[in-house]
Design a protein around this ligand. Sequence first.
Ligand SMILES: Nc1nc2c(c(=O)[nH]1)N[C@H]1C(S)=C(S)[C@@H](COP(=O)(O)OP(=O)(O)OC[C@H]3O[C@@H](n4cnc5c(=O)[nH]c(N)nc54)[C@H](O)[C@@H]3O)O[C@H]1N2
Ligand SMILES: Nc1nc2c(c(=O)[nH]1)N[C@H]1C(S)=C(S)[C@@H](COP(=O)(O)OP(=O)(O)OC[C@H]3O[C@@H](n4cnc5c(=O)[nH]c(N)nc54)[C@H](O)[C@@H]3O)O[C@H]1N2
Ligand code: SF4
Ligand SMILES: [Mo]
Length: 750
Amino acid sequence: MTTAPTPLYRTIDRFGPHLVYPTGARLDAGVEPDRVVKTHCCFCGQQCGLQLVVKDEVVIGVEPWMEFPFNRGMLCPKGVNRYLQSAHPDRLLTALARDDAAPGGFRPIGYEEAISRVASEIERIQSTYGRDAFAVLSGASLTNEKSYLMGKFAHMCLRTANIDYNGRLCMVSAAAANKMAFGVDRSANPWTDIVAAEVVFIAGSNVAECSPITTSYVWQARERGAKVIVVDPRITPIARTCDVFLPVKPGRDAALFNGILHLMIEHDWLDHDFIERWTVGFEDVAAYAKEWTPRRTAEVTGIAEDRIREAAELWGTAKTSFMLHARGIEHHSNGVQNVLGAINLVLASGRIGREGCGYGTITGQGNGQGGREHGQKADQLPGARDLADPEHRAYVAGVWGIDPDDLPQPGADAYTIIRKIDSGEVRGLLTISFNPLVSLPDATFVRRMLEKLEFYVAIDFFLNETARHADIVLPGSLQEEDEGTVTQVEGRVIKINQAVRPPGDARQDWRIIQDIARALGRERGFTFRSPREIFDELREASKGGVADYSGITYEKIERNFGVFWPCPAEEHPGTPRLFEPGSWNPVARGAGPFFFPDGKARFNVSRYEPPAEDVDEEFPVILTTGRVITQYLSGTQTRRIGPLVDFYPEPRVEMHPQLAERYGITDGDWVAVESRRGRVTLRAQVVRTIRPDTVFVPYHWAGRKSVNLLTNPALDPISKIPAFKVCAVRLRRVEAPPAEEAPPPVDAPQ
Ligand SMILES: Nc1nc2c(c(=O)[nH]1)N[C@H]1C(S)=C(S)[C@@H](COP(=O)(O)OP(=O)(O)OC[C@H]3O[C@@H](n4cnc5c(=O)[nH]c(N)nc54)[C@H](O)[C@@H]3O)O[C@H]1N2
Ligand SMILES: Nc1nc2c(c(=O)[nH]1)N[C@H]1C(S)=C(S)[C@@H](COP(=O)(O)OP(=O)(O)OC[C@H]3O[C@@H](n4cnc5c(=O)[nH]c(N)nc54)[C@H](O)[C@@H]3O)O[C@H]1N2
Ligand code: SF4
Ligand SMILES: [Mo]
């Protein structure tokens, strides 16, 4: 006889009240939890507050945390189900060594033995080929404390120039453009300013699926009468309810922004006073925008001229507004130019730094913001300081007690590090919180490079697809197994609280890094006893920098539900809204609101270039890639959570009925999608919500289902972000995937 499982808890999220079921057979229904821990979701950059329910050192459920102001108890399906990863049978409990004779290709080894092997290989590679031959690829799911430690470990312990992080695939176009225009890289406003805006402009962001809680702010604005403009090649859920929808041809956003600016100038929808007083460079931008007549803009972007005029009028005549964008405009070979175009629209309107007047780039990973501030980025030192700047080097070297000349110079970006394996410049690699085989473009090349390495060590809590190529795998910590801070989408620094201990031989990531430093005999500077001690040094190292955390303490975060940086002193309240008259700004020091010595923002010409790879006769269809609501990034975590898999079990090729008809494809058919780099065979999903010249495939799957077998590794020349959002493909209806391409059994080694 079978009985229905008994629910453990009743909980509520934006989909309404529902029941939470126990994860393990050990747990009886109605069990009393040992504790309930207030913390945050382990997934996206919204970092919703929630409570983890713990019994016998296992996270068994999630409850809302109603008081946390950002999400007020709301969670998306990933947040509600995230607890199911904690006691997953795939959780790594020991260190592993590659052993082709062992089942699965690995055998468990002792933790200390694994650490000494890592240290001796680092030693061997660096002494044979030079220090830069050992590279580090880190991640922005890590806390600020760990991100800081990774930068310090690479720059001070390994003294390699080659450290970069997975935010290189995510936030760097926005970061570069923000620095160029505002002198600082952070969303400028708290999200409450979205609610107060008359017009919300959303460019290249599927907010409803990727930043669900941000959507609730947009809805609140709409309830107060706000108009919403959406730019996307697909009619995403938010686009269905917007006022003006601009179905841009992928890769053409810079043209669109110039076209809108052209109309703002023509109709004099400009804030002359603001432009005059607080900006430089408008003339050059205006001269370039002159070329972008509505007709030419319509031709290049594929958007009807009337729609462009409507959007320009709404934006141009608004009294208050909020500009939001995400990877749709940033994942391009001209990603920085696209973002500069969006920023120019904000500066020309003068609507920034006031209530209801804002700008934000929606961060992706859990610590997408803090993870790009404290020194794990190729060109960076803590506090968003520059590794190339002699003063910045001297300051941080002082905090670390080393000679500035011992700090390496800026190194290569993530993709270039992979290319350096090919040229032999990089021979050894450590990855932590990064799954490059699934997340980098041209996966065939990446796989070949992983196999070419002389030594590769991965630190993760699951054996992700990249780690399957490692020589040593070290069992790191889940987010709920450690404490620390992260900086969420608004720039609010918040506190992750530990709910459970790492199981088995698994260790908190920061301890593993320090153990490697010790085994190398270079433990000076790596003897922290807690995340709090690391944070205290981070505060010191960031002091006086743009991302100044020196006035933030764990207690202050808990008291105030987070603290917005910059926060230069313990008595300082933090800075929710940047660019407000009188707000703290360590660069302008009173000269003006923006983070340049003269206090003025910079207009930058946002030059349109066609995508690095465009369609032609041989490859006539545009492929764009992205996400679905229930899967997260390379899928390592969410492909292991049953209810999320059920919702969207495999990638499909989204295409318009017109395109499907041209190839004789009907919904559910197998389609071979081929680019110059590879082929995947997936089922078609025929929908009216996409441009007829474009197909969309989500990227959360590995092996033969990985869309990154197709994508183009062209990089933006400034940010070095890969062009995930455009490449050229051809389609073919097939009866079934060819045998060698047949989907492998669930989670088999790829
Ligand atoms: N469910 C879920 N949520 C997530 C994540 C996840 O994996 N799953 N990941 C997190 C992370 S790390 C990130 S970076 C964010 C990403 O959040 P988003 O950027 O919102 O997500 P994407 O799906 O990558 O792309 C957004 C949209 O860009 C559109 N697009 C494609 N090409 C173009 C173009 O040329 N121009 C314009 N204007 N739009 C274009 C796509 O159709 C898509 O709807 O989400 C975060 N949240
Ligand atoms: N085609 C295509 N490709 C893309 C994108 C796209 O839109 N299209 N988007 C890009 C974007 S925006 C992003 S952000 C990247 C993301 O790409 P990745 O960063 O490679 O993806 P993740 O799945 O986050 O991989 C992180 C790994 O870190 C582990 N992990 C998570 N938290 C921790 C931790 O605290 N400690 C340790 N030790 N490990 C941890 C997870 O188990 C996982 O194996 O993908 C990029 N790739
Ligand atoms: S919106 Fe992001 S942070 Fe919030 S519950 Fe969903 S995945 Fe977690
Ligand atoms: Mo991302």
